[in-house]
Design a protein around this ligand. Structure first.
Ligand code: SF4
Ligand code: SF4
Length: 382
C-alpha cells in the first residue's frame, strides 16, 4: 500500500497503486431534485450495451428509490455496516475524513473491504420503487421543507473512480483507467472471471456474465466520448438532470468549466459516499426535501451548504448556477466551458465551439382571465 491524496477526504489515504491521474477526467453531475425515475436512462443503456446472453440481469445504469431501494440488494447498507461508524473532523476547513476507507479497514489477506452479492441480490432492480421513508400519516403531510415523509430517486452508473476498488482488487491487472479521459475499463481478453472486482466495488458496478464467464461494467460510452458526445444514459435523460464534462482537482478548478463550477466553486454537487475512499467522479446535487442526517451519510458533510445554495437559486438568486443547470441535457456535446450573458446561458464544447444557448427565463404568454367575446372564463391562463 502507498499513500495517495484524496481531495474528497482532505487527506492522504492508503491505496494499492501510486497516484496517477489522467490528463482529463470525465465526470457528470446529476441533479437529484429533477429525477422522475422514468428509467429512460436505464433502458437507453440496456438496449445499447447489455442485450446479450448472460447480461439479462445487468443494468449498468440503474435508478433506485431511496431510502429503501437498491440494486443489487442492500449494496450500500452492506458495505456501510462492514465499515461501521466513520467520523468526519469538522474542525478543519475543508472538513477531513478521520475514519477508515475500504482500502484502510481491510481484512487480512484482502486488498479491499467488500462483499460479493449472490444471484438473488441482483434479481430485483427496482424493489421498493416509490416507497417513502415511513408510512404516510396524513397529519404530518404538509409542504414545509424538508418533508417529514420523503423519498428520492438515485440514478447510478460506474463512478469511474480516481482510486478504483475494482482496479486494486483485480489479481490479473485486467482493469485499467484510461490516461486520456479517466474511463475505467475491463480488458475482456485478460479477465478470467475471478469476480474480485464484483466483490471489491463498493458501488457494485462491476457485474459477472455467467455465459462468457468474465466481468463487465459501464464503459461511459467511450466510443461516443472520443467524438466529444455524451454517453447514451445522459443524452436520453427525460428529467434533464444530467450534465457531462471534465472535472479538475480543486486546486486546478476553472470557474468557467461547468463541472468545476458546480463541484468546486459553488460546492452544490457532492460525491456519493466519499467516505468509501475511491474518489468517485459522478457528483450529485442532493434533494432539498429529505432528511439531512440521511443525506450527510450519503453525500458527506457538504450537504447543508449544497441545499442552502440550491434553495437560494430557487428563490430567484444565483443566476449563474441557474444558467449552468439549464445546460443539463441541452446538447449532446461534452461541455468544456459555459458563459452567462445578460439573460442567456451558453455552453461551449472542449474546442470552444458554441453548442447550446438557452434563455435564463422562458418567455410566457398570459391570456386574459375573462374572454368577453366568447363569454368564458379561463383558468389556465399562462
Ligand atoms: S464504481 Fe466500482 S466499477 Fe466503477 S471504477 Fe469505481 S470501483 Fe470500479
Ligand atoms: S432518464 Fe433522467 S429523469 Fe429519467 S430516471 Fe434516468 S436520470 Fe432520472
Amino acid at each position: 500500500m502507498v499513500d495517495v491524496w484524496n481531495w474528497q477526504l482532505n487527506r492522504k489515504m492508503e491505496y494499492k497503486y501510486d497516484e496517477t491521474r489522467p490528463s482529463k477526467q470525465v465526470s457528470a453531475v446529476f441533479d437529484i431534485n429533477k429525477c422522475i425515475a422514468c428509467q429512460t436512462c436505464t433502458m437507453a443503456c440496456k438496449t445499447t450495451w447489455t442485450s446479450g446472453k448472460g447480461e439479462e440481469y445487468m443494468f449498468w445504469n440503474s435508478v433506485e428509490t431511496k431510502p429503501w431501494g437498491s440494486y443489487p440488494m442492500g449494496w450500500d447498507v452492506r458495505i456501510l455496516d462492514k465499515l461501521g461508524s466513520q467520523p468526519w473532523d469538522t474542525n478543519t476547513d475543508p472538513v477531513t475524513f478521520s475514519g477508515k476507507t475500504i482500502f484502510e479497514k481491510v481484512p487480512e489477506g484482502e486488498e479491499v473491504e467488500g462483499w460479493r452479492p449472490d444471484d438473488m441480490d441482483w434479481a430485483y432492480p427496482n424493489r421498493g420503487e416509490d416507497e417513502t421513508n415511513e408510512i404516510i400519516d396524513k397529519s404530518k403531510y404538509h409542504l414545509t421543507l424538508p418533508h417529514a415523509i420523503w423519498n428520492f430517486y438515485l440514478a447510478r452508473i460506474c463512478m469511474h473512480c480516481t482510486y478504483p476498488a475494482c482496479v486494486a482488487a483485480c489479481p490479473r491487472k485486467a482493469i485499467y483507467k484510461r490516461k486520456e479521459d479517466g474511463i475505467v475499463l475491463i480488458d475482456q481478453k485478460r479477465c478470467r472471471g475471478y469476480r474480485e472486482c464484483v466483490r471489491a466495488c463498493p458501488y457494485k458496478r462491476s457485474m459477472y456474465n455467467h455465459v462468457t464467464r468474465i466481468s463487465e461494467k459501464c464503459i461511459f460510452c467511450y466510443p461516443a466520448v472520443e467524438e466529444g458526445i455524451w454517453p447514451r444514459c445522459m443524452r436520453n435523460c427525460v428529467g434533464k438532470i444530467r450534465l457531462v464534462g471534465y472535472v479538475n482537482k480543486p486546486e486546478d478548478s476553472d470557474p468557467k468549466n461547468p463541472i468545476d463550477f458546480l463541484v468546486h466553486e459553488k460546492k452544490v454537487a457532492l460525491p456519493l459516499y466519499p467516505q468509501l475512499g475511491t474518489e468517485p467522479n459522478i457528483y450529485y446535487i442532493p434533494p432539498i426535501h429529505s432528511d439531512a442526517k440521511f443525506l450527510k451519510q450519503m453525500f458527506g458533510p457538504g450537504v447543508d451548504n449544497a441545499v442552502k445554495i440550491y434553495k437560494n437559486m430557487r428563490n430567484g438568486n444565483e443566476p449563474e448556477l441557474r444558467g449552468v443547470l439549464l445546460l443539463c441535457t441541452s446538447t449532446d456535446k461534452i461541455l468544456g466551458k459555459f458563459a452567462i450573458r445578460s439573460d442567456e446561458a451558453i455552453g461551449y464544447d472542449t474546442d470552444g465551439n458554441e453548442v447550446a444557448r438557452l434563455p435564463l427565463v422562458e418567455s410566457q404568454i398570459r391570456r386574459v382571465f375573462h374572454d368577453s367575446e366568447r363569454e368564458v372564463y379561463r383558468h389556465n391562463i399562462t
